[in-house]
Design a protein around this ligand. Sequence first.
Ligand SMILES: Nc1ncnc2c1ncn2[C@@H]1O[C@H](COP(=O)(O)OP(=O)(O)OP(=O)(O)O)[C@@H](O)[C@H]1O
Length: 228
Amino acid sequence: MIRIQSLRFTRQDGDKQRVIFDHLDLEVQQGQHCALLGDSGSGKTTLMNLLAGLEPVQSGQIQVGSHQLARMGPDQLARYRRELGIVFQGFQLLPALTVRHNILLPHRLRYGHDRAPRFTRLVSALGLDHLLDRLPDKLSGGEQQRVAVCRALIHEPTLILADEPTGNLDEANSREVVHQLRSLAQAQNATLLMVTHSQELAAQFPSQLELHQQSLHWRQSAREGQRG
Ligand SMILES: Nc1ncnc2c1ncn2[C@@H]1O[C@H](COP(=O)(O)OP(=O)(O)OP(=O)(O)O)[C@@H](O)[C@H]1O
């Protein structure tokens, strides 16, 4: 569950404060899947970073499950981040680790060991079985993307934040990755927030949000009201 109330966020821009968000409110139920749209520069990545505890809550409230992010210190935020599934824009796979160890890293950080019950099923669902011993620089962009998705799901996060996870892929592969991301997230009852510029990919989601004029707006969707 995500609840944002009266969020205001500014950035220093030369000698001025530039307002990125003002009076931003949002409520997303546990297990809900939302696409996040908005013009370039509207603040989509900033919002994801705020939800991940990577930017400070300057004013207003952000609650994720039982966590009130504004009240948490750096150590608590670091622990909180281990509970999240995050797919960054540039994947951020660790170059010195094989695919297997990249995927297992969040599980190890969260639980202290590599015996991830979901490993075999996720790896197979994402078609990564034959790539486990490779290093990331020996993978195609699409393969790296699937590794990043697998890594975001391995430790059973209750919230998945995906920032343009299909940036490198052609249309057919983008649809497939989003389909996998959604069905695997649904199987874990995880909340999923995915940034995309693609109207077509956004249409795969039951709920769509648009960042516009420093605030968030729900969009009408053909499948409005559906959950999951
Ligand atoms: N580290 C930073 N320092 C200063 N300004 C920043 C920083 N990161 C982002 N911005 C500015 O904040 C605003 C929001 O940026 P953000 O990256 O959140 O937008 P976005 O909607 O994700 O854009 P895009 O769709 O192009 O990825 C932009 O005007 C950007 O220039």
